[in-house]
Design a protein around this ligand. Sequence first.
Ligand SMILES: [Zn+2]
Length: 413
Amino acid sequence: MAFQCQRDSYMKELVTSVVSCCPAGLKQEVNGKKETLKGFNVKLRDTILFPEGGGQPDDHGLIGEVPVLRVTRQGADALHFVASPVEVGQEVLVKVDWERRFDHMQQHSGQHLITALADVMFGYKTTSWDLGRQRSTIELDTNSIQPAQLQELEDAVNEKIRAHISVNVQLLSIDDPAVRSRGLPDDHAGPIRIIDIEGVDANMCCGTHVSNLSHLQVIKLLGIEKGKKNKTNLIFLAGNRVLKYAEKSYSTERSLVSLLKTGPDEHVEAVDKLQKSVKLLQKTNLSLLRDVAILTAQNFKNDPHRGNFFSFHKGEIPMRVSLLVLAGETQFNCFQETLVFLTVGEEKGAGLFLLAGPGGPVSDLGPRILELLQGKGAGKNGRFQGKANNLARRGEVEDLLRQHCKHHGSEEE
Ligand SMILES: [Zn+2]
C-alpha cells in the first residue's frame, strides 16, 4: 500500500474524489456492550487517513463534513467508515485529526529508535510493541533490564534526538535483494517501504513517521514490567505525551501537597504514616465495637422485662466485621431462647442482616425477612443471614419477629 499519508506524513488536508460508498457495519463497544453501528465504507482515489498497520492505530478525520470513525485496510485500498453516505464521484476535502496522528507518529518513530538502540547497545531484540492510549510498550527478548541499562538507553535515545538526525522513507521493489522478506502480509501491494533513520536503523514499516528525530522532542523510559516468558516490557512516552505526563504529575503533586500538608519529598513517608495510623484506628474501633456489643447484650440480659426478642442496628461501621462481632457477643454468649435480629448498613439502603435463635423459628422466619428486605441469604443451625438490598422495611421485620415471639411466648404459658 502506498497512500498519500505514507508519501507525505505531514499533509493535513487532501482534495480527492469518492470512488465508492457501500453500506457497512462497525463493531464497537459502548459502555461494555458490543454493538454494530450502521454506516458506510468509503473508498477514495487516495487518502491521508492512515489505516491501522505496523502496530500503529488508524487515523480519525473528516471527509467533507462527515466524520471518519474508523479506517481499515483491504488489499491496496483503505476503507473509511462513516455514519452518513457521501456521493460517489464527488470531489471532497479530506482532513486528518492532526493531534491524534502526530501523537502516533511520535510514538511510532520513537519505538523504531528505542528498538534500534536496545539492540545495538545490549543485544535486546524487539519481539513486539503496542501503541497504547496512555503509554506504549516494547516487548524485548530478555529476562530483565538493569536500572543502569535503562538509564543508559534513555540517555542514548535522547542524544540521537538532540542530534536532529533525518528520517527518510525509501521505496524498494518487492524483488529488490535488499528487501528482507520476513513479515510481509500475503495481500501486500505496492513497493516496500524502508524507514531509514540515518546511520542508526533501517527497517521495513508501513507506518507514518516523523521526518527528523528532533520532531520527537524527548523520550521518557518510564520503567519495565515483567512480560511473557523470558520477555521484558519496556514502557515509554514520546513527545507531547511526556509534557502531558509532567502536567498531570504536577497537578497530582499539588493536590497531595494540600491534602497531606507536606512537600512532595515527604509524600511517601506521609502516606505510609497515615496507613499505619488507619490500621491502628481500625483495630481500636473493632475492640470498642466488641465492648459495646457485650455491654448491650449484658444490659438486655439484666433487664427483668426483656422478653425473648432482641434487635440491634448499626449504621456507620464497617459492615462485615461488625455483624460478626455483634452476632458472636450477643447471641451465642448470652442467650439461648431469644430471637436476635441484627442489621448493619444504610438506614434505607443496602446492608447485611442476621437472624439467630432457636433453629425452628429461625428457618421459618428467614425467607419472610428476605422478602421484606429484598435480600439474598440462607441459614442453618439457628442462624439465617444474608445481604439486604433495602433496609427501609427493617421496622416491619421487627414487628413480624415481635409478633412471633408474643405468639410463641403465650403458647408456652
Ligand atoms: Zn514501524
